[in-house]
Design a protein around this ligand. Sequence first.
Ligand SMILES: Cc1cc2nc3c(=O)[nH]c(=O)nc-3n(C[C@H](O)[C@H](O)[C@H](O)COP(=O)(O)OP(=O)(O)OC[C@H]3O[C@@H](n4cnc5c(N)ncnc54)[C@H](O)[C@@H]3O)c2cc1C
Length: 416
Amino acid sequence: MVEAQGNTAPEVSEDEFRAEAEGFLGANARLKPPRRTAFGEGSDEVSLFPERSVEQEADEVAEAMSWARKVFDAGFGWITGPRSYGGRGLPRSYEALYRSLEARYETPSQAPRLIGLGMIAPTILAHGTEAAKRRYLRALYRGEIIACQLFSEPAAGSDLASVRTRAVRDGDEWVVNGQKVWTSGAQYSAIGEILCRSDTELPKHRGLSAFIVDMAAPGVEVRPLRQMTGGASFNEVFFTDVSIPADHLLGEVNGGWAVALTTLMNERAAIGGGGTGGGSSGGADLSRLVALARHLGVAGDPLIRQEIADTWINLRVARYNNERALAKIRSGQPPGPELSIAKLTLTENLRRTAELAAHILGPRITADSGEWGTFAWSKFLLGAPGMRVAGGTDEVMRNILGERVLGLPKEPPEPQ
Ligand SMILES: Cc1cc2nc3c(=O)[nH]c(=O)nc-3n(C[C@H](O)[C@H](O)[C@H](O)COP(=O)(O)OP(=O)(O)OC[C@H]3O[C@@H](n4cnc5c(N)ncnc54)[C@H](O)[C@@H]3O)c2cc1C
C-alpha cells in the first residue's frame, strides 16, 4: 500500500525497466522448471504454517535477507517508495511488472519479511517521525532487519482497542509494561510496532499510542507458542520496564487508533489480496488434489467431482475479485469493498480445499503411513482454522462487510 509518486515522468520507461529486471533476474536466479502436478513427484509439503527447526528457520531467514539485499541493491527492492528514503519512486505498474517477472524464477521465500513489508513499513512511512523513517525504512526494504506486529493481547484481539499494555512518558522516553500474544515472527524480528494504552482516563479508542520498539531492548522477552501442528510460528512477548525513545512514537500521543487502522488496512490487503487469495489457496494447488483423487481412484466419484468443481469455481471468483481490487489500487484509487471480501473468501477457500483433501483421503489423513502426498495434507487441514482468525476473524470480516459495505445497522456499542 506504500505509494510515493509525484506527477513527474518515471526515470525509466516500462520497456527499459523490464529489460533491466530481466537482466538482473537472468544473472542472479534460475528459471522455475515447468510445473509438476503428477502424483508422487517432488516435495509433498502442503502446510500453511511451515514447521521448521530453529536451524532451518535461521537459514530460511538468512536466505530471505540475502536475496532482499541483492534485489534492493539492483533497484527492485522498493520500487514505489519515495527516493528520499531509499525507494525508486516508480509507479505501481512497475512493481507489478517486477513481481510478475520474478515469479518465473526460483528465488528464496520472502515469508519472514511479509509482515514487516506489508504492514509495518507502510505504517512507518505514513506515521513515523523523520528519524524513524530514515532509520528503519531502507533497512526493512533492504532486508537488513525484520519487523513484527505487537497488537493482540490475552484480553484484546477482535476488540483491539481494549489493549492494556501500558506506556508511560518519562522525560525523553516512554516506559512500557505488559504482554502481547500471537506475535508471528517475533523470534527473528529486530523491531516491532506496538500498540499501548497511554491514557487510562480517556475512552478506550482515544487513549492508545503506537510505537516502534527495539526487540533486543532490555526487558523484552519472547516466548514461543506451540501450535497444534507441532511448529511454533507465534510467540508471547512480555515487556518489563522497556524504554522506547520519544522519537519512536508513531502518529500522535493518544492517536494510536488511527495508526493501528493503517496497519490493519494494509494487513487485509497483504493477506487477502496477496498470492494466497488469488487462486493458489496457500500453496495447496487444486491440481495436486485432482492428481491425488486420480491416484486413489476416487476421481469418478460424483460427490468428489462436485466438490472439486465447486472449489475451482470459488478459487476463480476470488482471483477475479482480487484482480479487480489490485487494478483499482494500481490505478491510484483507494481500495474498496473488494479487499474486505478478499480476506473472507481466502479463508473460505482454504476451508473448502482442506475439506476436499479430507474427503479424498478419508482415514489416510489421520495417520502417517509414509505414503507420499497423503498424511502431508493433515498439516494443511490443521492450519486452515488459524487463517480464519489471523488478521481479523471471519465473524469480524462479516461485520465489516455488513456494516460498511452493505450498510446494515451497526452492532450496539459497548459501554465504555
Ligand atoms: C495465525 C495467526 C497469526 C497471528 N499473528 C498475529 C501477529 O503477528 N500480531 C498480532 O498482534 N496478532 C496476531 N494474531 C492474533 C489475531 O489478530 C487475533 O487472534 C484475532 O484478532 C482474534 O482475536 P482473539 O484471538 O483475541 O479472539 P477473540 O477476539 O476473543 O474472538 C473469539 C471469538 O469471538 C468472535 N467475535 C469476537 N468479536 C466478535 C463480534 N464483534 N462479532 C461477532 N463475533 C465476534 C471471534 O470471531 C472469535 O470467533 C494472529 C493470530 C493467528 C491465528
